[in-house]
Ligand binder design. Structure first.
Ligand code: GLC
Length: 739
């Protein structure tokens, strides 16, 4: 029934039928190694006319993680998930799908293993919802590659998964700065104005986004002449001031005679077709539009080329939106709607009259792609690849017009594989406190599925934000790889100065902290990419804790995500010895008291400014810890180091000459500071430098060792090291080392 082959040390492929080559994995499969087998490890399996069903019995304490961009808890048990990329702007807990499909999950418990379904159509995953003790995976097809990972422990399973699917996307260094967006800053004047405000007010910022109103009638790849009289000059002057412009690119191409992109697409057969053979027409922002057939390599090449004008004007990044694809309605649906309204006018109520028109299943059933060999491919077979293929099309442009350079790309829709070539944001959230918590959980799940560079719209996209929510969200944003404030048309303005002076001052300090932490963030991000370990991760010693997370290996963030809170409960796990399944319940039974005296201690930095230390040592346990509105709870793990520098207005200014090292050292701590040019792909060929910092506690003193391993093209400019070292009782020793 299946064909089986060992792929990596702990990874086995089970192939059913003749699966479609999706591009989600990067390791080749040698057909010769595939051997017939009847069953699949860890699962019972049935195949019938409805496709494939895999089931696995869950024990009461089994936990399930992964699935990337999905709503709900970090532990995915107790919900049905539908992996079918969908533009649903109301992220309530009952929703089964969002914009992406990341079909990788980890079962942790009596048996710990991972499973990845390399399949680009709809997948339904019921994790103990219908039947509390059953994990059930349904795929309406029987051509699929299933990978089972047998490594021990979540970290190793993730590493194996990323070895199979490729290492995560590395954006240019400036992308770790603060980014400002709004639907919309519609013209040159408003963008220049926003930029000036950031610089005048000393609020660091690296990028300003251009939402759909920069276009002419929402025609993709146009720039409205009235609103941008000299786009090239404007883009160059923004760049001189340290701002990257990030224009939005939507897939839908307006149907309009004389519009070059439309004409070229029609003439060359670059658009999706409808089952009846004609071109498929969808309505999106521009009104009636064609959808590019990104499945086809000629279309991708063409689409990439269309970015030329922007890239030549110095634009280094784009955000791809509406690429699930999102369809507001079709001409047929409008006709039906019109008939319904007529009926209602004559006869009164019609129960179907209010059926939502957007993204109806029948629209997607009607779309047909053309494979590279000319064969038609029904859209639903490959639905979840549309956003990925659009990203692949975009990077055709980067490769052509800025070869060797790192590009910035955010995509709303994604599937496994996209994590290698783009970052994602989590779509249209709301200014709700609940979505702060969602942001925390989703970052962890996304990192486990390879999307290291991700973030949610800070402040919330829909609804109105207010000062306290904004501040708390900004504080979470410090630890969000993508740190972007974005809000919808019609909502309250959300720039940092929109909430009064006090809120502004607090947020400025918060974002200065982010810039101060850049040496730590960048070094840790690159370490994680190279080592294939999540950058944002749950507390592996206490996986039941879903509202705290590790940011790299040294920092644990405990964001405040509730209104009017002036503190929160924090669990400080003992990273050394307590078995994961018991830690939380034991900890909770002894609230406020120290639990495991031999375990890892934590240094709390109650942070209101990057350069002010208010620190205290904590033993493992559960504590209620106060935090005023301007304060963040940052925990530094025992025997680790955190590095900081002076914040700057934008990252290109940041040449790190003086490094502050905060060490919580009771025995020995090491940290590898990493630098590369931040702009090119040369780091892949070894063009980077490292500086190992080792601190050993030695009786009552510390021994400090620094060793550089420098590449001549990227010398490390640090000449001054300021050590702030804390011991187990919180006593501080300062050292100043000049190199
Ligand atoms: C979608 C995007 C949002 C964008 C809006 C207008 O809703 O998710 O980020 O601002 O479209 O382009």
């Amino acid at each position: 029934m299946f064909k089986r082959s060992a792929i990596l040390n702990f990874t086995t492929l089970y192939r059913l039928g003749r699966p479609f080559k999706t591009g989600m994995t990067t390791l080749p499969v040698d057909e010769e190694d595939l051997r017939p087998i009847d069953s699949i490890n860890k699962f019972d399996c049935t195949i019938d006319e409805n496709g494939l069903t895999l089931t696995h019995s869950l024990l009461p304490h089994d936990r399930v993680f992964g699935l990337g961009q999905t709503l709900g808890a970090l532990n995915k048990r107790g919900k049905v998930y539908r992996l079918y990329a969908t533009d649903d702007p109301v992220h309530t807990p009952d929703k089964e799908c969002l914009y992406g499909s990341h079909p990788f999950l980890i079962v942790e418990g009596a048996e710990t293993f991972g499973v990845f379904l390399d399949y680009p159509g709809e997948i339904i995953i019921d994790i103990g919802f219908t039947q509390d003790d059953l994990l059930c995976i349904q795929i309406g097809h029987s051509d699929v590659d299933i990978y089972v990972f047998d490594a021990q422990g979540i970290r190793d399973i993730v590493r194996e998964f990323l070895t199979l699917t490729g290492s995560p996307y590395v954006p240019p260094k400036w992308a770790f700065g603060y980014q400002q967006s709004r639907w919309s800053y519609p013209d040159e004047r408003s963008i220049v104005e926003i930029g000036k405000m950031f610089r005048q007010k000393g609020f660091p910022c690296d990028a300003i986004y251009m939402d759909i109103d920069y276009m002419d009638d929402y025609k993709v790849f146009t720039i409205n002449q009235q609103r941008f009289r000299d786009f090239e000059g404007f883009a160059a002057s923004m760049k001189r001031d340290g701002f990257r412009l990030v224009p939005i690119i939507d897939p839908a191409v307006k149907v309009e005679r004389g519009y070059g992109v439309c004409q070229e697409g029609v003439e060359n057969g670059y658009f999706c077709r409808s089952i009846d053979g004609g071109l498929f027409v969808a309505a999106v922002w521009p009104g009636f539009a064609y959808l590019p057939d990104f499945h086809n390599q000629d279309t991708r090449k063409w689409w990439g080329g269309l970015h030329k004008r922007f890239i030549e004007a110095g634009v280094e990044g784009f955000w791809n939106d509406m690429n699930e694809p999102s369809i507001f309605y079709t001409p047929n649906a409008v006709n039906e709607f019109y008939d319904t309204v007529q009926y209602m006018k004559q006869n009164g109520f019609d129960k179907d009259g209010s059926t939502p028109m957007s993204n109806r299943p029948e629209y997607f059933e009607d779309i047909v792609h053309t494979g590279d060999d000319g064969t038609p491919v029904p859209h639903n077979l490959i639905h979840n690849l549309y956003g990925f293929d659009m990203a692949r099309a975009t990077i055709e442009g980067f490769n052509e017009y800025m070869p060797g350079q790192r590009y910035f790309l955010l995509s709303r829709s994604s599937c496994t594989g996209t994590h290698r070539i783009a970052g994602i944001w989590t779509g249209d959230n709301m200014s709700w406190w609940e979505h702060l918590l969602s942001h925390i959980r989703m970052l962890m799940s996304l990192n486990m599925t390879g999307f290291f560079y991700c973030g949610a719209d800070i402040g919330g996209f829909g609804c109105n934000a207010y000062a306290e929510l904004m501040i708390r969200w900004m504080q979470l944003g410090v630890f969000s790889p993508l740190c972007r404030n974005h809000s919808a048309m019609g909502t309250r303005y959300q720039e940092p100065w929109a909430f009064g002076h006090r809120a502004f001052e607090i947020m400025r300090e918060v974002i200065r902290l982010r810039y101060a932490l850049l040496p730590y963030t960048y070094s840790e991000y690159m370490r994680c990419v190279r080592g294939l370990v999540p950058f944002i991760s749950p507390l592996f010693e206490a996986m039941d804790i879903e509202d705290q997370f590790m940011y790299g290996d040294s920092i644990m963030a405990a964001p405040i995500y509730q209104p009017n809170a002036r503190g929160r409960y924090v669990t400080l796990p003992s990273a050394r010895s307590v078995p994961p399944a018991t830690v939380v319940s034991e900890l909770i039974n002894c609230q406020g008291q120290a639990l495991e005296r031999q375990g890892t201690k934590w240094l709390l930095w109650r942070c209101s400014r990057y350069d002010v230390r208010d620190v205290e040592v904590y033993e493992p346990g559960v504590y209620y810890i106060g935090a005023e509105l301007g304060e963040m709870l940052i925990f530094i793990k025992e025997d680790t180091l955190v590095t900081l520098t002076q914040p700057v207005d934008y990252i290109d200014q940041a040449v790190c000459k003086s490094l502050t090292i905060i060490g919580f050292v009771t025995d020995k701590a090491t940290f590898t500071h990493y630098e590369d040019d931040g702009r090119t792909l040369k780091y892949r060929e070894g063009c980077f430098s490292t500086l190992d910092i080792v601190i050993e506690r030695d009786d009552d003193d510390y021994a400090i060792m620094l060793s550089r391993n420098e590449h001549p093209d990227v010398p490390i400019a640090i000449t001054e090291f300021m050590f702030e070292l804390y011991d187990a009782s919180g006593q501080k020793v300062c050292r100043h080392v000049v190199a």
